[in-house]
Design a protein. Structure first.
Length: 238
């Protein structure tokens, strides 16, 4: 295995890799190299290219951002059951390096799924994105929503509806995990654009499981947007 990292080390280092990064940063270059080797070994078995890109970004983040990721039990997965807990995306929204990263990966994801729908890339059910990467993409969407960035509106208008529905008439979807994770994000921190994207997704989705999940997100998202709209200083929320 790469750099002689054992399977036990791979499991130990990658299960909580944000915590592992903080510990390795204190320990020095050799520990950081072992973490990288462990993540690469896991990637060889369970692909997670976007997660690896986020790992490469960690040295550029503020300490508060790293602590938010390392401390949160929701860094790997965020669901509607977690709403009300501290969302690490809220801290990351104030970190310029992470905000830039969020924009890049979301714009790439939207372009990727649009290419699938245009027939420029082959469609394989539930294979548009690695399941392990869905949490990173969904967190990036929440970061953009907390910031209420203008660029996010056209991105989520493409990404959420198109990730929920297959090209043609199949009842499958490009990525069930990302579709549901994005829906939870809309409920957590809605913008006008993300709420419209959620409604568009519900108009199109044919996958019964995704529809059921997104329907649960809709009314709470509408309520949360009304509450958010009442707060002063929010741009682009109406």
């Amino acid at each position: 295995m790469a750099n002689d990292v054992s399977m036990d080390e791979v499991r130990q280092l990658t299960e909580q890799h944000y915590q592992s990064f903080l510990q390795a940063r204190l320990a020095g270059a050799k520990a950081l190299a072992r973490l990288d080797a462990a993540m690469q070994a896991r990637h060889a078995v369970l692909p997670m290219p976007i997660t690896l890109r986020e790992l490469a970004l960690l040295p550029q983040l503020r300490d508060a951002s790293l602590l938010a990721l390392a401390r949160s039990p929701h860094s790997g997965h965020w669901s509607r059951d977690d709403i009300g807990d501290t969302d690490p995306a809220q801290e990351l929204a104030g970190d310029a390096a992470y905000a830039d990263f969020a924009r890049v990966i979301l714009e790439e994801a939207a372009a990727h799924v649009a290419a699938i729908h245009a027939g420029q890339l082959p469609y394989v059910a539930d294979a548009a994105f690695a399941t392990a990467d869905s949490g990173v993409l969904a967190r990036a969407a929440r970061v953009a929503s907390y910031r209420d960035d203008a660029w996010f509106a056209p991105v989520i208008a493409t990404l959420l509806p198109q990730v929920c529905v297959a090209p043609g008439t199949a009842k499958s979807a490009p990525s069930q995990s990302l579709a549901m994770a994005l829906g939870h994000g809309v409920e957590t921190i809605p913008t006008q654009a993300s709420l419209e994207a959620l409604r568009a997704a519900l108009d199109q989705v044919r996958h019964a499981g995704i529809r059921k999940k997104l329907e649960r997100n809709l009314k709470p998202a509408e309520k949360a947007l009304r509450a958010r709209s009442a707060l002063p200083g929010l741009i682009g929320v109406s």
